[in-house]
Design a protein around this ligand. Structure first.
Ligand code: GLU
Length: 501
């Protein structure tokens, strides 16, 4: 039903062109990733095109490596683009730093048509004027001093080499109306907008101007971006009007806040996609979680595959209320995706992380090459995959299979002053595990017999053995762990622990 309605909606058609336009000032933030993903989903749904544009005009703030960082994070998430700096396309270049002449050309057109003008006022003078207005509690906007300059004045200033900017001439007495998919009908009176700068004194275009030029030339039909740009939209619409082009449709996504209601920041946990990758989140889980930030489909559904989302995603169901970032929900989702991962895929992910860190030559490493690694992981993965919520947790959960264990003081003293005789139990366990054992069932059977023989609860015996072979109070399921660890290593660890008591 809903799908049919969407089909009829004329915003879904294959001329749809959307873009994600990050300024490469750092890593890909969780909020920007959501923006990219909603654009991508909308493009998939509409059979349209998703464009990646790098907004790097503000050269000083940009670092080349952050462009790669952003592109790699997008790729990791599986958000691929149809046109972009690396893949090209019909409307490139897709980096603003390579489009400077295009911005100049359109600025000249606006100047020629008297829709923009040169302003020679120095930043210091403007700052003073602003301070005076603020002190007198008056609304400040640029007083258009330079709009009154004659051609002769302008030429004189240019000959003297005085720095200038290009300002857009905001039409007087106009109401700018637009409809935002999320925020509804918005009307702004031009009297509160000053003649804003479109080209800075260093010749570089400002965001509000360059973004519009690009959106026009790249034939963008829908602008979907963060709510922080809602206030820029009226200025951008003025530029569309000045260039006699129809503005695209606008959708501003609600802010993402932390659980405490303040702007999402590092205090609330990791906020870069890169760190989620390092911490062992799966891209499917992160994407699923991103989709839930400000968008919902029915009350209860929370698990969505990418294909589900493409079918169900709908700009009209975006919630105006700021979304609250819930790390524990993301963690829970990640656990779900780990549990439901194909074992082969999970193995490759775990192996990749291991190989990055393992030193086969180290004395602490129990395996000396990659030779039997796959075989071992094939056994380990089904045993452990129910529990961990991240791959990082998988790493530590399986580490004692591959590395020597170290007993902390807490672990050494754990059975001190407890009524059970740890040494006696360990001797019993060493004895009963020394016999012919084939699999985890045998192991369990033998240990249950030991529990009866010593009249010690099975739970206590299991706890002691776990601590002895894993140097930790948590391990993967015990009998399977012993089976994979093998008789030799199990006995060695039981003896080592006993000797420490
Ligand atoms: N470069 C802007 C940003 O990163 C893009 C805003 C837009 O999508 O128009 O916030």
């Amino acid at each position: 039903m809903i799908l049919n309605k969407q089909m009829e909606d004329k915003s879904y058609n294959n001329n749809t062109r959307v873009r994600f336009a990050p300024s490469p000032t750092g890593f890909l933030h969780i909020g920007s990733a959501r923006t990219a993903f909603f654009n991508w989903l909308f493009a998939q749904k509409s059979n349209g095109k998703f464009i990646l544009r790098i907004e790097d005009t503000d050269i000083a703030r940009h670092q080349e490596n952050t462009v790669n960082l952003i592109m790699n994070s997008l790729k990791w998430l599986g958000i691929n683009w149809d046109e972009g700096p690396d893949v090209g396309g019909d409307y490139g270049p897709y980096r603003q730093s390579m489009r400077i002449n295009i911005y100049k050309e359109y600025a000249q057109k606006l100047l020629n048509e008297k829709k923009a003008y040169l302003c020679f006022c120095s930043p210091e003078v403007l700052k003073k004027k602003k301070e005076v207005a603020l002190k007198a509690d008056k609304f400040y906007r640029y007083d258009r001093k330079c709009l009154k300059l004659s051609r002769k004045d302008i030429n004189q200033n240019l000959n003297k080499g005085i720095d200038y900017v290009i300002r857009f001439l905001v039409p007087d007495n106009k109401i700018i109306n637009f409809n935002d998919t999320v925020y509804g009908q918005i009307s702004i009176d031009t009297k509160i907008i000053e003649d804003f700068i479109i080209v800075r004194s260093n010749g570089l275009a400002t965001y509000n101007y360059s973004a519009v030029i690009d959106d026009i030339l790249m034939k963008i039909t829908h602008v979907i971006r963060g709510e922080d740009h809602l206030s820029n939209t009226p200025k951008q619409i003025l530029i569309y009007n000045a260039l006699n082009t129809k503005p695209p449709s606008f959708t501003h996504l609600p802010m993402i806040l932390g659980q405490d209601g303040t702007k999402l920041s590092k205090r609330h946990g990791s906020i870069s996609i890169e760190s989620y990758k390092d911490e062992g989140f799966l891209p499917e889980a992160v994407l699923n979680y991103l989709a839930l930030l400000g968008w919902s489909y029915g009350e209860k559904t929370t698990i969505f595959s990418k294909d589900d989302l493409i079918k169900k995603f709908n700009l009209n169901s975006i919630n105006k209320k700021p979304a609250k970032f819930d790390y524990s929900k993301l963690l829970w989702l990640n656990g779900h995706y780990i549990r439901n991962s194909d074992n082969e895929i999970l193995k490759e992910l775990i192996k990749e992380r291991m190989l990055k860190n393992i030193n086969f030559k180290s004395d602490d490493t129990l395996i000396k090459s990659t030779e039997n690694l796959d075989e071992k992981l094939d056994k380990i993965i089904p045993l452990i995959k129910e529990r961990p919520k991240t791959l990082q947790e998988c790493d530590s959960l399986i580490s004692p299979f591959f590395f020597k264990i170290k007993y902390s003081t807490e672990i050494i003293n754990y059975f001190k002053n407890k009524e059970i005789s740890a040494t006696k139990i360990l001797n019993g366990a060493i004895n009963s595990l020394s016999g012919p054992i084939v699999n985890s069932e045998d192991i369990e059977k033998n240990l249950r017999l030991l529990s009866e023989k010593l009249d010690v609860s099975f739970r206590k015996i299991a706890e002691l053995i776990r601590i002895a072979i894993w140097a930790s109070k948590v391990s993967p399921p015990l009998f399977g762990t012993i089976e994979i660890l093998g008789k030799e290593l199990t006995l060695e660890r039981l003896k080592n622990y006993k000797n420490l008591l």
